[in-house]
Write a protein that binds this ligand. Structure first.
Ligand code: DP6
Length: 349
């Protein structure tokens, strides 16, 4: 039997400028900007065997933490249907995927970005091995980002380390709605070693999924204003990243988080994903920031957990602050200490 395997680790990411609202098939309504994390990643192994007889059926099994997982398998099978036109060899192989996350299950960290990006990278590596071709794409990463985006928009950004942009922006040459690119604009040293301490207020599954949430933007009367705010925040952020202006960084990042959550409140039906603990943490962060004069800020995903961003030089002080003031609002005092990372890692084939 002709069996081969490929293994990639790919990180989760946290958006500074948020993607919320999509059009057509998985295209964003505004450009977004994120940092890739270092410690929170998905490890994916793709085992492929050439079929004895070619057919047009997709042969695919998905194992999560070594157990077949039919729920994820169904989701990924649907994704593969959209991926197949770009990877025409797929039907010639039996595919088995073994995936695990190194961050705790139900930790509130979105795993779709790390898992779709890891799988897209495995499939692109497979393509390289079986066809030596990346047809129509400028690079391996560009194709991996494109395929990852078809599974989950934010996954397109996890293909790159450090800062990544997904969505067309006039100020960023080469940016595209179809795939993410690494940010090549200058980044001041103040932001080069950002830490992200993730405070787990609740780990349970969201009541409103991202898919439903994005969809609700279509009838949100504030949607157009939000897309304008995101575009303008991205433009301002490019200047801030260059100049190193920490105060403006805080203002923009927090504005993004709060205006994202304003979209949840103003959708119809409206919903809120913050919990009392989320608000207590935000208030504590704001007063600590004022009294200490240190550079730290918060951001939120589509959930109640709080990401605390700050430069590495403040790590000792901020860890002490987290332990004394913030852990009381976390579920079982849980938090994850992460930081900006170098992007996916090819383990081997
Ligand atoms: C709030 O990427 O999870 O995290 O494309 O439907 O999979 P789908 O949505 P998803 O949305 C992420 C939204 C966000 C902001 C962001 O990461 O930009």
């Amino acid at each position: 039997m002709n069996t081969n395997e490929i293994r990639w680790q790919s990180p989760s990411n946290i958006a500074l400028i948020k993607y919320w609202g999509k059009r057509s098939f998985q295209l964003p309504m505004n450009p977004s900007l994120s940092i890739s994390l270092k410690q929170s990643f998905t490890d994916t192994r793709l085992v492929y065997t050439r079929k004895e007889r070619a057919n047009t059926d997709l042969s695919f099994e998905f194992y999560f933490e070594d157990r077949r997982n039919l729920g994820f398998e169904c989701k990924i099978r649907n994704w593969l249907i959209h991926v197949k036109p770009h990877l025409e060899f797929l039907d010639d192989y039996e595919l088995k995927v073994y995936s695990s996350n190194n961050f705790p299950h139900s930790s509130g960290i979105a795993s779709s970005a790390s898992s779709f990006s890891a799988l897209a990278l495995c499939l692109c590596s497979m393509e390289k091995e079986v066809t030596n071709d990346i047809n129509d794409f400028d690079s391996f990463e560009q194709k991996a980002s494109y395929l990852a985006r078809l599974g989950s928009g934010s996954a397109s950004r996890s293909i790159y380390g450090k800062f990544a942009v997904w969505g067309k922006s006039d100020l960023i040459p080469g940016s595209s709605d179809e795939y993410a690119i690494p940010l090549t604009n200058p980044v001041h040293e103040n932001f080069a070693d950002l830490c992200d301490s993730i405070l787990i207020v609740a780990s349970s599954a969201k009541k409103i999924s991202s898919t439903v949430g994005h969809h609700l933007m279509e009838n949100n009367p504030f949607a157009e204003a939000r897309y304008g705010v995101a575009k303008s925040n991205l433009n301002k952020m490019l200047d801030v990243l260059k100049s190193g202006d920490e105060k403006s960084f805080i203002r923009i990042v927090e504005n993004e988080a709060l205006s994202l959550h304003a979209m949840f409140l103003t959708s119809s039906p409206g919903y809120f994903l913050c919990l009392p603990g989320t608000l207590s943490i935000i208030n504590k962060i704001r007063s600590y920031c004022e009294t200490s004069g240190l550079f730290l800020c918060f951001t939120l995903d589509a959930g109640p957990n709080v990401h605390l961003l700050y430069p590495k030089r403040f790590q000792t002080a901020i860890h002490a602050f987290i332990k004394s003031e913030l852990l009381q609002y976390c579920e079982n005092e849980r938090w994850i200490d992460d930081e900006i990372g170098g992007g996916p890692y090819f383990i081997g084939s």
